[in-house]
Write a protein that binds this ligand. Structure first.
Ligand SMILES: COC[C@@H]1[C@H](c2ccc(C#Cc3ccccc3)cc2)[C@@H]2CN(C(=O)Nc3ccc(OC4CC4)cc3)C[C@@H](O)[C@@H](O)CN12
Length: 292
C-alpha cells in the first residue's frame, strides 16, 4: 500500500477489523534505581546521621602530590608505578601546588622531622607533578585536611563515596575501578579507642555489630587495622574494610596542631552491594558488559 494509494483514497473501499477495546495495553515496565546508587544513598544517610559532612570528590584527575606525596607515600612505592596507577598523558602535569607546603613535604620525605626519620631518598618535584586518576579517595581527604589546617583549628567529621581507579588485572570480582567509601574524624587527642568506637557505631548501623580487628599496614596510617565482621549468612568472618590513624608525617607538614589526630577508615561500595543484592559477578553490577 503506497503513499499514492493513500493519497488517491484507495483505502475507502477496504474492510477494516473493528477496534477491540478490551485488548490489554503494553505492559508498562516500571523503572528502578541502580543497586549501587541505592546502597550509596544508605551509606550517605548513615554518615549524615552520624554528623559527617560530604567531601567534594568530583575530580577524578588528581596530582601524584595529593594522591601520594601528601600522604607520606614514598615516590618509589610500588603502588606509584604504572602497573597500579593510571597516569595521564594530557594534561600530564599539575599546574599549581601550595609551594610552601610542597617544601615541607619534600623535607619530611627526605630528612624526616616531627620525630620521624623520613625515607632518606631524593624526592623529585617532577614525580609529584604527575597527573593520575586518583587511586583512592584519601587524596580528597588530604586536600580537605590541608584546607582545615589553614584556618583556626576546629574539629571535623568528613566522608566521601566516589569512584577510584587502579590499573589492575580485571576478573570476575575486580574492575579497574570501584567506588571507595571513606570516613574520617579530625579532633584533638583522638586515640585508637575512638577509631574502634566509631567503627562499631558505623557498622552497627548496617547490622554488622560483631567486629574483629587485625593489625595491617598502610603507608599513611600508623597503626592500621583490617576490619572483619561475622556474617551470619555465610557463617564466616568477612573482611569489611581497612582503617587507621593518619601519620604525623602526613598531618604536621600541613600545619595541623601537634595534639590533633585523624582517625579514618575505608571500604568499597561494590562489595556490600554484591552481598546485599546477591550479585556474584561484579559485571552484572557495573562496568563493561563483556563475558569473562
Ligand atoms: C583494592 O581494593 C580494596 C577493596 C576495598 C577497600 C579497601 C580498603 C579501603 C580503605 C581505606 C582506608 C584506610 C585507612 C585510612 C583511610 C582509608 C577502601 C576500600 C575493599 C574493602 N572491603 C570491603 O569493602 N568489604 C566489605 C564491606 C562491606 C560489606 O558489607 C556486607 C553487607 C555485609 C562486605 C564486604 C574488604 C575486601 O572486600 C577487600 O578484599 C577489597 N577491598
Amino acid at each position: 500500500f503506497t503513499r499514492e494509494n493513500m493519497q488517491r483514497g484507495d483505502w475507502k473501499d477496504l474492510e477494516f477489523k473493528g477496534y477491540n477495546f478490551s485488548a490489554k495495553g503494553q505492559p508498562l515496565e516500571g523503572g528502578h534505581l541502580h543497586p549501587l546508587l541505592k546502597v550509596r544513598q544508605q551509606f550517605k544517610m548513615i554518615f549524615q546521621q552520624m554528623g559527617f559532612e560530604e567531601m567534594p570528590t568530583n575530580n577524578f584527575v588528581e596530582s601524584s602530590f595529593w594522591n601520594f606525596d601528601a600522604l607520606f607515600q614514598p615516590q618509589q612505592h610500588p603502588a606509584r608505578d604504572s602497573h597500579d596507577t593510571f597516569f595521564l598523558r594530557v594534561p600530564a602535569t599539575t599546574k599549581e601546588l601550595p609551594e610552601d607546603y610542597v617544601e615541607r613535604v619534600k623535607k619530611v620525605h627526605e630528612l624526616g622531622g616531627y620525630g620521624s626519620r623520613g625515607y632518606a631518598y631524593d624526592w623529585k618535584r617532577e614525580e609529584a607533578n604527575k597527573n593520575l586518576l586518583r587511586t583512592h579517595t584519601t587524596a580528597v581527604s588530604s586536600r580537605m585536611l590541608y584546607l582545615l589546617a589553614q584556618k583556626p583549628f576546629q574539629p571535623k567529621k568528613y566522608f566521601s563515596i566516589d569512584r577510584v581507579f587502579r590499573n589492575e588485572a580485571v576478573d570476575k570480582t575486580h574492575l579497574a575501578e570501584f567506588h571507595q567509601i571513606e570516613g574520617l574524624v579530625c579532633d584533638r587527642g583522638l586515640t585508637l579507642g575512638d577509631l574502634i568506637g566509631v567503627l562499631h557505631d558505623f557498622f552497627s548501623r548496617l547490622g554488622m555489630s560483631n567486629l574483629r580487628f587485625k593489625p595491617a599496614y598502610n603507608p599513611y596510617t600508623e597503626p592500621s587495622m583490617e576490619i572483619f565482621s561475622y556474617h551470619e549468612g555465610f557463617k564466616k568472618w568477612v573482611e569489611i574494610g581497612n582503617s587507621g590513624i593518619f601519620r604525623p608525617e602526613m598531618l604536621l607538614p600541613m600545619g595541623l596542631p601537634e595534639d590533633v589526630s585523624v582517625i579514618a577508615w575505608g571500604l568499597s561500595l561494590e562489595r556490600p552491594t554484591m552481598i546485599l543484592y546477591g550479585v556474584d559477578n561484579i559485571r552484572d553490577l557495573f562496568g563493561h558488559k563483556v563475558d569473562l
